[in-house]
Design a protein around this ligand. Structure first.
Ligand code: GAP
Length: 503
């Protein structure tokens, strides 16, 4: 991860937000290459999900909606994470990510207390504890180098009175952690000049509710017939207690969600399966390796009461296998809730039975930032290669699919002081630029220029060399990023190659 984060910064993919002021935890900026990569992911999804299908239409709803939307959807009452505060360090933790390890004084097996450990950082936390243990022993009376740590317990296994024996992750004395309480993840704001309870509104925590609230508008205007979907891409905001793993869990992020409405009597399970497979295939189409993907079906007992089933497509990130894309069968809960709360029926008329009903929905919901992190992680490689003289050197390469690579082709005149080479290169660059993101680079030796493009994931480099201008055929050297092979290609064939691979 460290190398990937460093590359993302060095090459202008991702910056910490407000970096010159010390940054803001959980917020990120996408630089020149990152914004291109993100746009390409969005565009591929939109083209495949909306434009290339006859049964799905698009929507762009507002980020701030009527507060009643979030009451009806259940977010005001229930969109919470269990949160634990530390009275000493003023840090806040998610209860489900905190574990308690009993500590024993080894020779006598005397129980000393518990240390609280954060799930994700278990190993580093432990090392850190032992480093600080000498100091802690004097302060809190436990955790010396000879002490032994037992099997970790979760919050559900620990009793309130035992908390007085717990040393928090960033505390120096035991007993500073509170019991968990619900912390609503929605960001609040006020609409208009008044700042009182009547003006409270929320930044949306998901884009999905826009599709439900506009359901009738789309049905009445969009010439859609069941089954059909409404798709949306846009920013969502969650005041995550512990944003972490770079852009994996942030407080401002972007979602690509689609609500696929089906008849109440339709085979929802079949439809659910079809969407799981569609999403999996789509991830493969933008270059994620099959070996990194797996499926996780949520256990029935953990599903919300209205949910019929949820399957997550998981991705093997360097920090563990984590949720990438959730595909949920939500029944008709959301439309039903909005019908009840607004008093406006959210029904469709069935010509066959002459009856009205509230459609059911299958919802594939994914985060753009999580996909972007997955493609960076899967694509990043460091390898030993030989230069022109046969010397071994390290090359860093980002194996991004041509579909999403921020730069599709780099145009490189072999020498920058030869007018004929530069003229032909600039002419080609201009032509390519009309349709693709391309980069013109005439600085440094050609090997270095190739390496620069490898590092940012450019699939092809085209070199305009002496053969281009001196030999018949007007061909260029096409250098392929992954194999590093070179061949000659004409302008027409270059456009044909791009047309086939960049869609
Ligand atoms: N409408 C359903 C919904 O929002 P979710 O599982 O909470 O479901 C869907 O979110 C997807 O949005 C997740 O699978 C993930 O890809 C992305 N996502 C959720 N929270 C995120 C966060 N804090 N940072 C980045 N991406 C997030």
């Amino acid at each position: 991860m460290e190398n990937i984060v460093a590359l993302a910064k060095r090459r202008g993919f991702i910056f910490q937000s407000s970096e010159i002021y010390g940054g803001l935890n959980g917020f990120f900026d996408y630089g020149p290459l990152g914004s291109e990569l993100k746009k390409n992911i969005r565009d591929c999804w939109w083209n495949d999900m909306v434009r290339r299908r006859d049964d799905i239409v698009g929507l762009e709803s507002s980020i701030i909606m009527h507060p009643k939307v979030w009451e009806a959807s259940g977010h005001v009452a229930g969109f919470t994470d269990p949160m634990v505060d530390c009275r000493e360090s003023k840090q806040r933790y998610r209860a489900d990510q905190l574990f308690f390890s009993p500590v024993f004084y080894k020779p006598a097996q005397k129980f000393l207390g518990y240390v609280a450990i954060l799930e994700a950082d278990e190993k580093t936390m432990m090392k850190d504890w032992f480093k600080r243990s000498e100091k802690l022993r004097h302060i809190s009376g436990f955790l010396a180098s000879g002490d032994e740590i037992g099997e970790a317990l979760s919050f559900t296994e620990i009793k309130e009175e035992q908390l007085s024996q717990v040393l928090g992750p960033n505390a120096t004395v035991p007993g500073t952690l509170t019991m968990p309480r619900g912390f609503n993840l929605m960001f609040q704001t006020n609409v208009g000049a008044m700042s009182d309870a009547s003006s409270v509104a929320y930044l949306r925590p998901e884009t999905a509710q826009g599709m439900f609230v506009d359901f009738k508008n789309v049905v009445d205007t969009g010439r859609v017939k069941l089954p059909f979907g409404i798709a949306q891409i846009g920013k969502s905001f969650r005041n995550e207690i512990t944003p972490r793993n770079f852009i994996f869990r942030s407080r401002e992020f972007e979602q690509m969600e689609m609500e696929y409405f089906i008849h109440e009597d339709a085979d929802w399970s079949k439809c659910h399966q079809e969407w799981i497979e569609w999403c999996r295939q789509w991830l493969l189409s933008i270059g994620l390796p099959e070996s990194h993907l797996s499926l996780y079906a949520h256990p029935k007992e953990k599903l919300a009461f209205y949910s019929k089933g949820t399957v997550d497509i998981m991705f093997a990130y360097p920090f563990g296998v984590q949720e990438l894309w959730g595909i949920a069968a939500r029944g008709n809960y959301d439309l039903g809730q909005h019908a009840q709360a607004s008093g406006k029926p959210q029904e469709i008329f069935d010509e066959a039975t002459k009856k009205k009903f509230v459609p059911h929905v299958i919802e594939p919901a994914v985060g753009v930032d999580r996909i972007l992190l997955a493609v960076l992680c899967a694509g990043y490689a460091e390898e030993d290669v030989k230069d022109e003289k046969g010397n071994v050197e390290k090359r860093t390469v980002l194996r991004l699919s041509p579909r999403i690579a921020p730069v599709k082709v780099a145009v490189l005149p072999l020498l920058k002081n030869k007018d004929a080479l530069v003229g032909r290169a600039k002419d080609l660059h201009k032509k390519l630029q009309r349709r693709y993101a391309v980069f013109y680079d005439d600085g440094g030796n050609i090997g270095k220029r190739y390496r620069r493009q490898d590092e940012i994931g450019t699939p092809w480099c085209v070199t305009i060399d002496f053969d281009t201008i001196e030999k018949p055929g007007d061909t260029f050297t096409l250098r392929e990023r992954d194999s590093m092979t070179q061949k000659r290609i004409t302008e027409a064939d270059l456009f044909a190659l791009l047309d086939e691979k960049v869609y």
